[in-house]
Design a protein. Sequence first.
Length: 103
Amino acid sequence: MSDPMRIRASVVGDKVEVKVLMAHPMESGLRKNADGSIIPAHFIDRVVASCKGKTVLAADWGPAVSKNPYLSFRFSGAAKGDMVSVTWTDNKGDTRTDEAAIA
């Protein structure tokens, strides 16, 4: 299991701003290690965020996203105290879900 995501969600005007830092190696499968062998691909390929049972963000990613990716987005229809949940799935089938209350 990977490290927990760091999620901050806050009300900004009439929208909720969410900032997420994910811990993941994000290997493209194109790099080589010190002995010259290829490091296998291992990257997040799907990110879904939800609030109050509704999907507020769905994104398909690939190997071009950097290590420990940062994601920021805004949505409307939520208030302080509501929970925002973020889930990622990677190309090896691993998944991680974390949530945070909107401040």
